[in-house]
Design a protein around this ligand. Structure first.
Ligand SMILES: CCCCCC/C=C/C(=O)SCCNC(=O)CCNC(=O)[C@H](O)C(C)(C)COP(=O)(O)OP(=O)(O)OC[C@H]1O[C@@H](n2cnc3c(N)ncnc32)[C@H](O)[C@@H]1OP(=O)(O)O
Length: 414
């Protein structure tokens, strides 16, 4: 009896099909992972040959699929990109033949792991699986765009924020509570979009806050793992461009901006939202962290300039260099927080106050803010540019990479 075994990838599932020749018929056993039962079907030999031929993707199909990948409008996410990468390498070069990258080379290690996991999968099967995967991606993106034809997601809602407007107040709420409102790349873009929209809407004031038990845990540390083709240098450069634009939006924001913090606030979101806000209201359980040195990084959001001015140089050094965590009371004593409220009455008291502010003449408030801040604008943009350029170098340092690896591998938490 003749036996062959082939692996076929259907979407994410891998089927093993075993073929057995049996008196002019082929018997097919299909086995699904996580499923103990086997289905046995018999086909005439001739039909089986046809199916097996039809199953093989040609070089042309493969090239078409590669082109289709470049045209995908939506980023399919890291997991799918790794799958595509590993199948491409297997289809073109065969089993993984590269030395294993070092533990700090996060991205290349993830790529190596994905490719190596394909073992001795034949090149033809990898080619077919690549074509199938691209085709499933293209159709799922087509079908999702068919659901809401022609609608701009930004005009209908946000993925990472909740933005509401009532009583003359636009509230921008970070909305990734399960990730402690860590800022992923999409959130950076959405906040900039929401701030630009709020600067033009008819609300008088804008409030920033976070959903859940953390206002924000700062930069999403997995942002460091999505490396573009140009490598870590290109990643660091892109990060610096994004950060500069993001902080620039806060510097230029024309209306009164109020940070409303019931909970912990870490890193990037803390500097601009404390440094440029007209007012910062905190509940008595809120805390403020700046773990730049712990992460092998350096101050951002103009905090290297605004904090020593708002606090004192010595206190700012404790916070920005040694990463000293401040309670709401301490932050208020240092001038970083305007007022602290008991947690039980925080929402009610702050909302009542904001509603009263929102009734003040909006143009007068805007002009007053302008006159307070305008003298500093040029300086703030220059500080922002300098901080981003220093950070670009820090992101490439072993100190920073080690800290990110530690967080991601959960060996230590800051
Ligand atoms: C364009 C780039 C600009 C970069 C500018 C420079 C920015 C600097 C900074 O922002 S520095 C601050 C960076 N933030 C941190 O170091 C905080 C890291 N997080 C933690 O230490 C902890 O998560 C915590 C203390 C905030 C909360 O601890 P705990 O209550 O135990 O919750 P978990 O750790 O289980 O977290 C739940 C869930 O959220 C994920 N998560 C939390 N924070 C981040 C983060 N900053 N980045 C990525 N992911 C984060 C965490 O992994 C958990 O996910 P899981 O449930 O495991 O999938």
């Amino acid at each position: 009896m003749d036996k062959h075994s082939i692996l076929v990838c259907m979407g994410w599932e891998q089927l093993e099909i075993r073929l057995q020749k049996c008196e002019g018929w082929e018997q097919i056993e299909i086995s699904l992972p996580n499923c103990s039962s086997l289905q046995v079907i018999s086909f005439p030999v001739v039909q089986l040959h046809l199916n097996r031929t039809a199953m093989r993707a040609s070089q042309k199909d493969f090239e078409n699929a590669m082109n289709q990948v470049k045209l995908l409008k939506k980023d399919p996410g890291n997991e799918v990109k790794l799958k595509l990468y590993s199948l491409y390498k297997q289809a073109t070069e065969g089993p993984c033949n590269m030395p294993k990258p070092g533990v700090f080379d996060l991205i290349n290690k993830a790529k190596w792991d994905a490719w190596n996991a394909l073992g001795s999968l034949p090149k033809e099967t990898a080619r077919q699986n690549y074509v199938d995967l691209v085709s499933s991606l293209s159709s799922s993106l087509e079908s999702s765009s068919q659901v809401e034809p022609g609608t701009d997601r930004k005009s209908t809602g946000y993925e990472t924020l909740m933005v509401t407007s009532e009583d003359g107040i636009t509230k921008i709420m970070l909305n990734r509570p399960t990730k402690k409102n860590a800022l992923n790349v999409e959130m950076y873009h959405e906040i900039m979009h929401a701030l630009k929209a709020a600067s033009k809407d008819d609300s008088a004031i804008t409030v920033l806050t976070g959903n859940g038990d953390y206002y924000s845990s700062g930069n999403d540390l997995t942002n460091f793992t999505d490396i573009p083709p140009g490598g870590v240098e290109e990643k660091a450069k892109n990060g610096a461009v994004l950060l500069r634009e993001f902080v620039g939006c806060f510097i230029d924001f024309p209306k009164p901006l109020i940070a409303w913090s019931m909970s912990s606030l870490w890193g990037i979101f803390r500097s601009p939202s404390l440094g440029y806000s007209i007012a910062v209201y905190a509940s008595d359980r809120a805390t403020f962290h700046t773990p730049f040195s712990h992460l092998g990084q350096s101050p951002e959001g103009c905090s290297s300039y605004t904090f020593p001015k708002i606090m004192s140089p010595a206190k700012a050094t404790e916070m920005l260099v040694f990463g000293k965590k401040l309670t709401a009371g301490e932050a208020c004593a240092q001038g970083l927080v305007t007022e602290v409220f008991p947690d039980s009455t925080f929402q009610k008291e702050v909302w009542t106050r904001l509603k009263a502010f929102a009734k003040l003449p909006p143009n007068a408030m805007r002009i007053s803010k302008e006159i307070i801040r305008n003298r500093e604008k040029e300086k703030l943009h220059a500080v922002n540019a300098e901080e981003c350029s220093v950070l670009q170098g820090r992101w490439l340092s072993d100190e920073c990479m080690n800290a990110v690896v530690n967080f991601l591998s959960r060996k230590s938490k800051l």
